[in-house]
Design a protein around this ligand. Structure first.
Ligand SMILES: O=C(O)C(=O)C[C@]1(C(=O)O)C=C[C@@H](O)C=C1
Length: 258
């Protein structure tokens, strides 16, 4: 749909329809993208030379992601408030007319960007957990897979802005008290649902089992070999993906009354 086709009435309606169930549904859907992206990346070993510094001070991965983001920016990817670039500096302008996204978030949302943290966590913590040691020399497909992983993780984690927005709308008075006093711990406590987090960890483990099985025509008995260890996926969610989503939620809420 072209920009001119989304009427302001439709945009307003959408903004009102979003609720905790719908944002949680979006997070559940994004689990599929994350798990498939990990499975794709796990086809290759760690491939350290893709991440080391090149002679002129950058790495192959940095070059690859910057160039890809420049192309995506020209195609309008970052008009979408769900998409946050890793290298926002010097991105080219979009060549296509902007699609007008429903104005769900507070304008200060655009200043919430934890891409650098996500980048560090992905390369230092996550990648070594789900790739084997070694170097197959196939750096182009490796980096293409890294890009998809990074984008899926970033979209999920920054989606915390939408989650925080619906939580704020559901209890504006309670959140405002802690926002005024900048009480990060109280905000973190208010937005945390341990029971939901346990469900997320169990579900992603199950999805990793279903999506990561070798499918054969004959039924096989015995040990199943998974493409990515399902318990590692659950661990990643518990240790990094959900905590970073909550960090985004807190950062967004702190700016919600600006
Ligand atoms: O579902 C929520 O309420 C969220 O805030 C999302 C999320 C998550 O990252 O999955 C984060 C915090 C909650 O404790 C539970 C789950």
């Amino acid at each position: 749909m072209a920009a001119s086709e989304n009427s302001s009435r439709d945009l307003g309606e959408f903004s009102k329809q979003i609720n905790l169930d719908s944002v949680r549904d979006a997070l559940i859907r994004q689990e599929d993208s994350i798990i498939f992206s990990l499975i794709e990346r796990a086809q290759h070993p760690y491939n350290a030379p893709a991440y080391g510094n090149l002679a002129y001070g950058t790495s192959l991965v940095e070059f690859f992601v910057k160039e890809a983001e420049a192309l995506h920016a020209k195609a309008g990817r970052y008009h979408n408030p769900e998409e946050v670039p890793f290298f926002p500096e010097d991105l080219p302008l979009s060549l296509i007319p902007p699609y007008i996204f429903p104005p769900v978030l507070h304008p200060a949302a655009s200043s919430v960007n934890i891409s650098k943290k996500i980048w560090d966590v992905y390369f230092k913590e996550l990648l070594p957990l789900f790739t084997s040691n070694g170097d197959d020399g196939k750096y182009a497909p490796t980096l293409a897979s890294d890009l998809i992983c990074l984008q899926a993780l970033s979209r999920r984690i920054h989606y915390g802005k939408f989650v925080a927005e619906v939580k704020f709308r559901d209890a504006p008075q309670d959140y405002s008290t802690h926002i005024h006093t900048k009480d990060k711990d109280a905000l973190m406590k208010m937005l945390t649902f341990e029971r939901v987090e346990e469900m997320v960890k169990k579900r992603v483990e199950k999805k990793a089992k279903v999506f990561g099985q070798q499918v054969t025509i004959e039924d096989k008995c015995g040990e199943v070999d998974y493409k990515v260890d399902p318990s590692v996926v659950s661990h990643m969610y518990g240790e990094w993906i959900m905590p970073l989503t909550k960090l985004v939620e807190v950062e967004y809420l702190l700016r919600r009354l600006d």
